[in-house]
Design a protein around this ligand. Structure first.
Ligand code: ADP
Length: 306
């Protein structure tokens, strides 16, 4: 029976500690059904811990979690059966073929015997591995293995998919292939929670982004809205000597205008909001460009993008 839940994921004031470290800190997060939410943040922000809480691999110290209307950890088994989970680390069985890896999961996820063959064929097609079905996993390329890993999480046609850093460490071409796979899921109406620290990944795939820092969400919205709110429309970059960089930062800060430092330059965000006086004091910039999500990330997390 299909349970109705217009909120696919809900976390309320959730805290998870490891000894003295608070990995997730009074986190509130809702994910409506049918969207792709990008969980964005620097390393150590608490993204993976949040994922582990949702699969009940970790238990929260405080707060309430529900997945597809089912409270965790009480109903974690039922919730887990409705979810597809794609881990960050490849844990495919190397001795098995692509098809066999999928069959094992179809069995584990109780895909009815009569529909198992079709489910595995469908997953192979999603991974574009139909012609490699009989190849042992150890012989597949890195990109093929990653596609298989994702397809394995989809074999039981889950309503919710958790993708933990799906393209970390992959070369740009393979990343592009995986992006089209994730985009396809979204088009099919599957709810997707995707953690990433690649800004471009979130910008391309996410309907909505939650930016995490120090275990909690510091900003939430569509990429366009976040850019508008925290970085404005345009950015001007000044390539100037070091002492002048600091001066520009000070002048901007005094007027409440955010800046970010990138090596030899300082970027002044919300440049369209500069008053005449400040504009003159800053001088002519070296570059003008539209604001982007990376600007938001840097301003809100204080971290530079790799
Ligand atoms: P992210 O996925 O955003 O990089 P994590 O959720 O992995 O962040 O980590 C959040 C914080 O919790 C980090 O400070 C990390 O070192 C710590 N942490 C995560 N898992 C453990 C663990 N099993 N034991 C101790 N500390 C942990």
């Amino acid at each position: 029976m299909r349970m109705l839940a217009d909120v696919a994921i809900s976390l309320r004031q959730v805290t998870k500690r490891y000894g003295d470290i608070t990995a997730v800190d009074r986190l509130d997060l809702d994910v409506p059904e049918g969207i792709c939410l990008g969980l964005l943040g620097p390393n150590g922000a608490g993204k993976s811990t949040t994922m582990r809480l949702l699969t009940a691999q970790s238990l929260a110290d405080e707060g309430e979690i529900s997945v597809l209307g089912l409270p965790l950890p009480q109903e974690s088994k039922r919730a887990r059966a409705l979810m597809g989970v794609v881990p960050q680390l490849d844990n495919l069985d190397e001795e098995l073929t692509a098809r066999e890896n999928l069959e094992v999961f179809a069995h584990l996820y109780r895909v009815p015997r009569a529909g198992r063959r079709a489910a595995v064929d469908r997953a192979l097609a999603i991974a574009q591995l139909t012609d490699r079905a009989g190849t042992r996993t150890v012989k597949l390329s890195g990109g093929m293995r990653r596609r298989l890993l994702i397809a394995r999480g989809l074999v039981h046609e889950p309503r919710l998919v958790l993708l933990d850093e799906p393209t970390v460490g992959l070369d740009p071409q393979v990343r592009q292939e995986l992006w089209s796979l994730v985009a396809r899921l979204r088009d099919e109406g599957v709810t997707t929670l995707m953690s990433t620290h690649y800004i471009e990944e979130a910008e391309r795939l996410a309907d909505d982004c939650a930016l995490m820092s120090h275990g909690t969400v510091v900003a939430r919205g569509t990429p366009a809205r976040l850019v508008k709110e925290y970085a404005g429309a345009s950015v001007q970059e000044h390539y100037v000597p070091a002492e002048r960089l600091a001066e520009i930062e000070r002048l901007a800060a005094a007027s409440g205008i955010p800046t970010r430092r990138t090596g030899p330059s300082v970027s002044v965000l919300k440049a369209e909001q500069l008053g005449e006086g400040l504009r003159a004091e800053l001088g002519e910039p070296s570059v003008r460009r539209p604001a982007n999500l990376e600007d938001v990330f840097v301003v809100l997390t204080g971290e530079n993008v790799e």
